[in-house]
Design a protein around this ligand. Structure first.
Ligand SMILES: CC(C)(COP(=O)(O)OP(=O)(O)OC[C@H]1O[C@@H](n2cnc3c(N)ncnc32)[C@H](O)[C@@H]1OP(=O)(O)O)[C@@H](O)C(=O)NCCC(=O)NCCS
Length: 188
């Protein structure tokens, strides 16, 4: 079992802790997934498979106290796949009730840090060309578009940008999120 460091972030609604995703989180993750991605939502089985697959790293953002967000304590999640060369962001999502608090940025920063730690040369992701908010987040975190995949997302035939962030730099990412390292178990 190895260890990693994931941040606590201080939001205007309290402390949010990033920790590895566990099977017990999946009911809540699916609830968020359906809310955020509708017809494109991954199933419970798909997430369970991801958690069990080598080279994957999934995390959740959890409030330290119940009711801070008016409901469940898990308010965000994200996942990474490292194939030995580059890292691919598999998913990232934040409860609509908790968006705009820099939780998405903190999840993304954690994935980028993990990819760098694993020795990835770059981080890749796909994003719908219509998803302005996510594109803004990725651009501010150093991603740029390298190609477009036509009719990538169904339903709707929506094109996707493939965005890449090189990891040739060894400096910390920029960003507005306060960072406090904590030590915790790695789920893989
Ligand atoms: C994309 C998503 C994960 C961002 O999460 P979030 O916690 O709301 O984002 P943050 O609060 O960290 O904001 C990050 C950046 O997004 C941008 N942003 C935030 N709110 C925005 C808005 N209303 N409009 C445009 N850009 C916005 C800003 O650049 C912000 O950075 P800054 O405030 O530091 O300048 C979230 O909106 C989400 O879950 N969307 C639905 C699922 C999804 O589309 N996932 C991505 C699939 S590729």
């Amino acid at each position: 079992m190895t260890h990693t460091h994931i941040n606590d972030i201080v939001t205007e609604r309290g402390v949010v802790r990033l920790r590895p995703m566990a099977s017990r989180d999946l009911d809540r993750i699916i609830e968020l997934e359906v809310t955020l991605f509708d017809a494109s939502a991954w199933s419970y089985g798909a997430f369970a498979q991801e958690l069990a697959t080598h080279g994957r790293w999934y995390i959740v953002a959890e409030h330290d106290v119940k009711d801070v967000a008016g409901g469940d304590t898990v308010v965000g999640y994200a996942g990474l796949w490292f194939d030995g060369d580059v890292a691919q962001i598999m998913t990232i999502g934040v409860d609509p009730a908790a968006q705009g608090l820099h939780i998405g940025a903190a999840l993304l920063d954690a994935l980028i840090d993990r990819a760098r730690h694993l020795g990835a040369h770059a981080v890749l992701l796909e994003v719908a060309v219509t998803n302005d908010r996510a594109i803004e987040l990725y651009t501010r975190r150093g991603f740029h578009t390298i190609t477009t995949r036509k009719r990538y997302y169904q339903p709707g035939n929506i094109d996707a940008y493939v965005m890449q962030r090189p990891l040739t730099d060894h400096t910390s990412h920029p960003g507005p999120v306060g960072r406090e390292a904590i030590t915790m178990e790695d789920p893989q």
